[in-house]
Design a protein around this ligand. Sequence first.
Ligand code: AHR
Length: 492
Amino acid sequence: MAKLIINADSPKGTIDRNIYGHFSEHLGRCIYEGIWVGLDSPIPNTEGMRNDVIEALKKLQIPVLRWPGGCFADEYHWKDGVGPAEKRKRMINTHWGGVLENNHFGTHEFLRLCELIEAEPYISGNVGSGTVAEMSEWVEYMTFDGESPMANWRQENGREKPWKLTYFGVGNENWGCGGDMRPEYYADLYRRYACYVRNYGDNRIFKIACGANSADYNWTEVLMREAAKYMDGLSLHYYTIPTGNWKDKGSATDFGELEWFQTLEKTLFMDELITRHDTIMTKYDPEKRVALIVDEWGTWFNVEPGTNPGFLYQQNTMRDALVAGINLNIFHKHSDRVRMANIAQVVNVLQSVILTEGADMLLTPTYHVFDMYKVHQGASLISTHAESPSYEMNGKKIDQLSVSASLDTANQLHISLCNLHHSDHLEVNCDVRGRTVRSVTGRILTSDNIQSHNTFDEPETVKLMDFTNYRFENDQLIVTLPAKSVVTLRLS
Ligand code: AHR
């Protein structure tokens, strides 16, 4: 039995809805096929973008979508992707499979997609192989309202009014694929590039500097020391790789109990990572003005057998659902510093919420977690105290329960609970303080076995169901979570 105290009368601050952000890169079948099928496609589409995917993403209430990369961002030249499609330059996508990139999906198409799914755009600029002028002109092209070379060109290309653009990343992984830089060098480059990312009219850009790779705390130290006052956000990338070995990351579907455990244990490391990066940031920014933006997170497994290794296509099981629930709970807990996160990636790449195959589309277990958890977007974090049994394997121990609670603007209390155990159910004794709970409604995601996933033949193997497994005893709410489950409850 786990004990859970929920201090419903002590809201702690807002869970920024941008924590529910997503990431889309010109990588494999994310943009092409996953989102963009082109105007002449037999797949039903709106201005070239598939309707089924638009509908599914709209339903998730995605607050923000990052584009065009990733590693692709630092070799992307935006001018190649505007103007008449047939005249656009074709390039090699050297990072991702060496395939031809015809630039048919560019700035106008991405910003239109954001309008269609009602998400805010987050654009990553090119520091690694682009110029300051190129970055500056991109922002002018998108946001300047008036006469200027870039605004005129935008109008010639069919867009009269500028777009509203808030989030702009100055480079991506500049410690690696974005230029192999040292933090001191990048900090100076960041200051230079960011200086020319202008605010036009009343558009205000929220500038995001490239942050650390996982536990590279020195990167955060140097960036905060040298450039904190020029940035609004600093990123962090951390992927869950069960084996910890990039050469053999393990299969997405063919795994046992040990890999299940290791995956969840590695996911929980996100908590320590954020705490330690936050501590460094707080040294330079005690008011927490600079946000930590976890703009790449999620599982990274071996690609599905027979698929292009450069396309990072992987299936998504109940294990991924737990990874999503745990990470979202951790982001909530750190919502005073973590004010955006973007799971990698939205369709057909890494831990996707959607997979497509030709005209077919399926929703992954991760999609369902985002669907259940959307009640926490923009809500007030509620403090919880959990005493959880340990989940032990191979000499290691983790908590069996991961939990988060929030109060929404309609004063509704929502709790999300994850039972990490592969085989044991968990009773949770909930002591809700500060309000009387009379009724409970909820939804659950669970599965028959740890490898359960949705396929194009059986797209509903893992699906959301109503949750009724609770009872009241002496004014306490007792909830029984089946093994490997994610549950969200509304307590009224
Ligand atoms: O998401 C896949 C890749 O992972 C991104 O392009 C890069 O930023 C990271 O290394």
